[in-house]
Design a protein around this ligand. Structure first.
Ligand code: NAD
Length: 277
């Protein structure tokens, strides 16, 4: 059968930040391939909304939810124990949670996205979620995958900004002096490059126990951004457009299944060709 290796029937995937824009898509992708999913996020209401949307298309019994803050080791441990006690083995971990503060540029206000002004508490908080959170989840769920020799898959969701620097011209606001121009914050680049490093480390660490790790680096997803921004960004992309939210589903299905059984430690960049220019 042509797609046999993509079949995830009998597997369970845990997704962090699952109630967000792409988290929902990863969940749908894995459900389409036959997996059970554990949607995790910080808020119960958002998780219930996500679940309610997914049950319109997929079997309720395959969709579990757990509130889990990835920056809290005790919360991760508690979710792991709850799942293990219920006999749920996590075969796939998708480290997707992140904080992506929107670039605003409010006139007259100190522009805190700029490196010179970037608050240390924001740095610590964003790194705690986007990078340390992926480490902590891998520590708990990856170690468990390695322990019983059944193996598993870790997929880290990075970004095209893991391989190149943000083009700050995209975020410029007319009429603001240079030192007040908003920028994509330094944390985003650091976290995403860090995830690629974490991926390589994990890929070799548990390879003999059958645990593979890869990262997926998506380019910007169209989500009703301003026309001006979309136009500016599109000129940097050979395909001349942003991604649709469902365009990463097939990559997630590939990377989380035996279809990619010989891929390990790689960063799959899907950016409409932006990094080729
Ligand atoms: N949307 C894009 O254009 C794009 C492009 C490239 C990469 N990415 C990456 O894809 C991933 C998902 O992005 P998205 O666009 O869906 O973002 P999003 O903001 O819609 O979703 C992120 C989710 O993470 C959750 N979260 C925040 N703090 C958390 C914590 N402490 N513990 C657990 N969950 C927490 C949020 O509640 C939210 O549901 C991120 O890693 C992002 O960097 C997104």
């Amino acid at each position: 059968m042509a797609f046999e290796k993509f079949d995830l029937t009998g597997k369970t995937a845990l997704i962090t930040g699952a109630a967000g824009l792409l988290g929902m898509e990863h969940a749908a992708a894995l459900l389409e391939s036959g997996a059970k999913v554990v949607l995790t996020d910080i808020g119960e209401t958002a998780l219930n909304t996500a679940r309610n949307q997914l049950v319109q298309h997929f079997d309720t019994a395959r969709i579990l939810t757990q509130v889990m803050d990835v920056s809290q080791p005790a919360a991760i441990q508690m979710v792991a124990e709850t799942l293990w006690q219920a006999g749920v083995r996590i075969d796939i971990l998708v480290n997707n949670a992140a904080i992506d503060p929107k670039v605003k540029g409010d006139q007259g206000v100190l522009e805190t996205s700029r490196l010179e002004n970037f608050p240390l508490d924001q740095w610590n908080m964003q790194v705690a979620v986007g990078l340390t959170g992926a480490f902590l989840c891998s520590q708990v769920f990856g170690a468990a995958m390695a322990k019983d020799d059944k193996g598993g898959v870790i997929l880290n969701i990075a970004s095209d900004l893991s391989v190149f620097s943000p083009d700050q011209r995209l975020y410029r606001k007319k009429g603001l002096p240079d030192d007040m121009q908003p920028v994509k914050p330094v944390t985003y680049s650091v976290i995403k490059a860090g995830l690629v490093g974490l991926t390589r480390y994990l890929a070799t660490y548990w390879a003999e126990q059958g645990v593979r790790a890869n990262s997926l680096s998506p380019g910007g997803v169209f989500n009703s951004q301003s026309e001006e921004f979309v136009q500016r960004l599109s000129t940097l992309i050979p395909l001349s457009r942003m991604a649709q939210r469902d365009e990463y589903r097939a990559a997630v299905q590939f990377l989380c299944s035996d279809a990619s059984s010989y891929m390990n430690g790689q960063n799959v960049v899907m950016d409409g060709g932006r990094s080729a220019w």
